[in-house]
Ligand binder design. Sequence first.
Ligand code: 9UX
Length: 69
Amino acid sequence: MSETIELGVEGMSCEGCVSSVENALRRITGVIDATAQLDAKRAIVTIDPARVDRDALKDAVDDAGFDVV
Ligand code: 9UX
């Protein structure tokens, strides 16, 4: 079982930021994959909805230095 969600992410300035956001999200329990997009200012996150704590996604992005909107 998986689900794809979209997070608006502010503050990414280069592909390094994109990698930081992706890596932060991929470390969270229940995240199967995460792809961030600089131009679209978002992250596409594939999750196991039974395992993921959605607040943890936002916290991970915040802790990496970016803002979920
Ligand atoms: Mo690029 Mo982002 O030099 O945290 S990595 S601006």
